[in-house]
Design a protein around this ligand. Structure first.
Ligand SMILES: Nc1ncnc2c1ncn2[C@@H]1O[C@H](COP(=O)(O)OP(=O)(O)OP(=O)(O)O)[C@@H](O)[C@H]1O
Length: 326
């Protein structure tokens, strides 16, 4: 990721945009096979503080990438550099096959910022209409109504935003991000103000975007949420990538937890023990292991598959992230 191969791929997509004689680009199809995001070696310093230091990543079409990390890790700065809202000191970004310095790269991008405030005197419907106009895209009245319906605000289109609760404003922000049928959706803490039902709705929404091959970059402190919907995770710590990979790669091998009595010394091999609870690497044949234990006189009370949660893994990574990265 971010290596020479990826760089060439990113650039190749950029070259595909030129017509045979270097004229206007031929067709949108030429860039639809490019990753939704290709970001390479992003760096940003605020005075003496390095906020982001050499961060590279990609988001494939139809992929949900989760961005995790402690407060101040650089997540929002990465998002803002990616979208051209903050100028990086170094690094390159391609959005949907175009360099992010080209305003057209953002035409098919939906964005819900972490901190947002809509004009309180406008109605929800007017906020959507305003953003559609600013984006310069054609969106039918029906699509606008659908976007409000998608976030549970169908019956509030005519109400002023000033009277909306925080959660309702966040729902409206999601509708703004989704209304123009984007190919890439960037959500910075989209559920921080939502009730549990609202969070579940957003999870369903993300899964439906994924089915439509929309790419999603999700920045969230709600690790359970990230674990449920993300295909891959990028963990930032103090401006650097502390770890990245699919959930399976990050969470490692599955384990088996057992509650046992009467275990002869050494019978189980390498394991973690806490009283009568034992954790071993997942064996190929669980029934054979249980039969063997019983044959040796062990009393088996419980057997359940287990895997470290993303939260445990995240804490582990942040605690052991090498000092030179800090
Ligand atoms: N406009 C700015 N001026 C000066 N420093 C900034 C600015 N924006 C961000 N920073 C600094 O950059 C670092 C990264 O901030 P950033 O907002 O990207 O972190 P984050 O991971 O999104 O944090 P959080 O989870 O708290 O939202 C912090 O040390 C922050 O103080």
């Amino acid at each position: 990721m971010g290596g020479e191969g990826a760089r060439q791929r990113g650039r190749r997509h950029a070259q595909q945009r030129r017509g045979p004689r270097g004229g206007p680009e031929p067709a949108v199809e030429a860039v639809t096979d490019s990753p939704a995001v290709w970001a390479s070696h992003l760096r940003k310093r605020y005075r003496k503080r390095v906020a982001v230091d050499g961060v590279s990543f990609t988001v494939a079409r139809g992929e949900v990438l989760g961005l995790l990390g402690p407060n101040g890790a650089g997540k929002t700065t990465v998002i803002k550099m990616m979208l051209g809202l903050v100028r990086p000191d170094a690094g390159e970004v391609m959005l949907l096959g175009r360099p992010n310095t080209d305003p057209r790269s953002r035409e098919r991008v939906g964005y819900l910022p972490e901190l947002f405030r809509y004009q309180p005197w406008l109605t929800a419907g007017e906020v959507l209409a305003l953003h559609v106009r600013l984006a310069g895209v054609a969106v039918s009245d029906r699509d606008r109504r659908d976007a409000l319906g998608l976030v549970g605000l169908a019956d509030r289109a005519g109400d002023r935003v000033g009277g909306f609760s925080k959660g309702m404003q966040q729902r409206l922000g999601l509708a703004v991000a989704l209304v123009a049928r984007p190919e890439l959706v960037v959500l910075d803490e989209p559920t921080s103000a939502l009730d549990p039902l609202g969070r579940a709705d957003v999870r369903d929404l993300l899964l439906s975007l994924k089915q439509r091959r929309v790419a999603v970059l999700l920045n969230s402190h709600l690790i359970g949420e990230v674990e449920r919907v993300c295909d891959r995770v990028l963990i930032l710590d103090r401006g650097r990538v502390a770890a990245s990979g699919t959930l399976a790669e990050l969470l490692g091998r599955r384990q088996l937890r057992l509650r046992l009595d009467n275990v002869p010394d050494g019978l189980l091999g390498p394991c973690e023990r806490n009283g009568d609870r034992y954790t071993v690497a997942m064996p190929d044949d669980v029934p054979a292991l249980v039969a063997d234990l019983v044959k040796h006189g062990v009393r088996v009370h419980a057997v359940e598959p287990a895997r470290a949660t993303l939260e445990e893994r995240l804490l582990d990574i942040l605690r052991t992230h090498p000092e030179e990265h800090r």
